[in-house]
Design a protein around this ligand. Structure first.
Ligand SMILES: [Fe+2]
Length: 395
C-alpha cells in the first residue's frame, strides 16, 4: 500500500435544524456577515436563507444578502462578487445555495486574499499558495492551508450534488481557455451545515441531476486511478454506494421520502470527501463541454456519462464491486438506470462534428486521460459520447 494523506478540513454538522441549533458558531465569527445566495426557481422557497436570516437577526449580527450568484459561474462573476464583499467589509461569509453559490463564494474569497494578482493565476495556479505540501513530499498535492481565502466562511448547501460544501475547490467557467476548470483546492469552509430539509423542495430535474453528479464524485475516483494513492477514497466510497442503493429506486420513481432525502444528503457529503481526496475523472471531463457549449447544468452534464463510461472497462472487478454495493447486477443495468433517470431532462441537439471536437478537447487534457486505469483511445472517448448522446445526435 502506498503512503497517503487524509484531511477533511471543514467541520460539518448534519441533520434537521442544524443551523439554528448552532448559534455560537455564527456569533464566534464576528458581527457582520456577507451572504451569498441565488434566486430560486419560481415556487421554490429558500428555507435555508430564511433560517440564516432569522438566526442572524436573533444574534444581532448585521448582514447583507447578495442573490446574484449564477449557475456555472464564470470567473468574472466571482470578481464582481469579490468587489461587493470588499465594499461591505464583513467579518465572515456565508454561502447558502447549490454548488454554484458556494463555488462563487470560495473563489471571491480567494481573490480578496490576493488583490492585485492576475485573477486566473490566483485561482488556478497552485504555485501562488504558500506552505502547500507538494506531491514530492507526501505523495499528494491535496494537502495545504484549509481556508486560503481572506475571510472565514460557512457553507449551507440547498442541493445534494456538488459536495462543494466540504470540498476545497470551485468549478468555474474560464473565459480565457473557453472551458470549465477547477480551482486550487484550498478553499474549505470553516463550517458546513447540512440540513436534508433544504433539498426536499428541489425540482425533480435538479434533484436527480445532482444525485448522479454526486454519485460520480465517489464512483469516478473509486474506479479510476484516483483511489490508487488514497485508501480512504475506497473506504468512504463504499459507504456512499450503500446509501445510494437505499434510495435509488425512489429517485427514479419520483417517490423520495424524508428518509431518502436524508440518505441522499449524507451520501452527497461522503462522495464530496472522495472528490476532495481523489478528484473526479473521465465523466466529469466529458461533461464540461456540454455545460460550456450547450448550457446544460453541471450535474446533468456530468451525471449522464456515468453509465456508458463503465462499458469501456476491460477488467470490471472494481466496477462491479461498486455497482453491486449500489444494488445493480451488471454494467448494462446501471447504464440503463442512468439513461432512465436523466435522458428526459436533456433538451439539446448534437452533431457528429461536435462530438469529434469534444473528443479532441478531452483527449488533449492529458491528466484526465491518464485517470483511466487501462489503455484509453480517442475511439473509446468518442464511443462514450456517441452512446450517451445517441438520442440527441441529429446527423
Ligand atoms: Fe460534479
Amino acid at each position: 500500500m502506498k503512503n497517503f494523506a487524509f484531511s477533511i478540513p471543514s467541520a460539518f454538522c448534519f441533520g434537521k435544524n442544524c443551523v439554528k441549533r448552532n448559534p455560537e458558531v455564527f456569533s464566534s465569527l464576528g458581527k457582520k456577515a456577507f451572504i451569498f445566495t441565488s434566486k430560486f426557481f419560481p415556487g421554490c422557497k429558500n428555507y435555508a436563507l430564511q433560517d440564516v436570516e432569522e438566526l442572524l437577526g436573533e444574534l444581532g449580527i448585521e448582514y447583507t444578502v447578495y442573490d446574484e450568484c449564477i449557475e456555472n459561474p464564470p470567473v468574472m462573476s466571482c470578481v464582481k462578487a469579490s468587489k461587493l464583499v470588499e465594499e461591505y467589509n464583513p467579518d465572515f461569509l456565508i454561502a447558502v445555495g447549490g454548488g454554484s453559490v458556494i463555488d462563487t463564494c470560495k473563489a471571491a474569497n480567494m481573490l480578496l486574499k490576493y488583490p492585485g494578482h492576475d485573477v486566473y493565476e490566483t485561482l488556478f495556479t497552485f504555485n501562488i499558495i504558500p506552505n502547500r505540501v507538494t506531491e514530492d513530499i507526501l505523495g499528494t498535492w491535496r494537502i495545504g492551508p484549509n481556508n486560503n481565502g481572506k475571510y472565514p466562511f460557512i457553507s449551507i448547501p440547498t442541493t445534494a450534488g456538488t459536495g462543494s460544501e466540504i470540498t476545497g475547490a470551485s468549478v468555474l467557467d474560464r473565459e480565457d481557455i473557453d472551458n470549465k476548470a477547477g480551482t486550487a483546492p484550498f478553499l474549505f469552509a470553516n463550517y458546513s451545515f447540512i440540513d436534508p430539509r433544504y433539498i426536499m423542495e428541489a425540482p425533480a430535474k435538479l434533484n436527480k441531476s445532482t444525485a448522479l453528479d454526486a454519485l460520480g464524485h465517489g464512483l469516478e475516483p473509486y474506479i479510476d486511478t484516483g483511489s490508487r494513492d488514497n485508501y480512504m477514497v475506497e473506504a468512504l466510497g463504499e459507504i456512499g454506494f450503500k446509501l445510494f442503493a437505499q434510495f435509488k429506486d425512489h429517485l427514479l420513481a419520483d417517490a423520495m421520502t424524508e428518509e431518502d432525502y436524508e440518505k441522499q444528503a449524507l451520501a452527497c457529503t461522503i462522495f464530496g470527501f472522495c472528490e476532495t481526496l481523489g478528484q473526479t475523472g473521465v465523466p466529469h471531463g466529458l461533461g464540461y463541454p456540454l455545460t460550456h457549449v450547450k448550457g446544460i447544468p453541471h450535474g446533468l452534464a456530468c451525471g449522464i456519462f456515468e453509465g456508458e463510461y463503465l462499458k469501456v472497462f476491460k477488467d470490471t472487478t472494481k466496477v462491479m464491486r461498486a455497482l453491486n454495493l449500489m444494488g445493480f447486477d451488471s454494467i448494462d443495468e446501471f447504464a440503463d438506470y442512468v439513461h432512465a433517470v436523466l435522458d428526459q431532462y436533456v433538451d439539446i441537439t448534437v452533431t457528429r462534428a461536435e462530438i469529434d471536437e469534444w473528443t479532441d478537447t478531452f483527449y488533449n487534457t492529458a491528466w484526465r486521460v491518464a485517470r483511466h486505469p487501462e489503455p484509453f483511445t480517442p475511439d473509446d472517448v468518442k464511443g462514450i459520447y456517441e452512446r450517451t448522446l445517441a438520442k440527441f445526435i441529429v446527423d
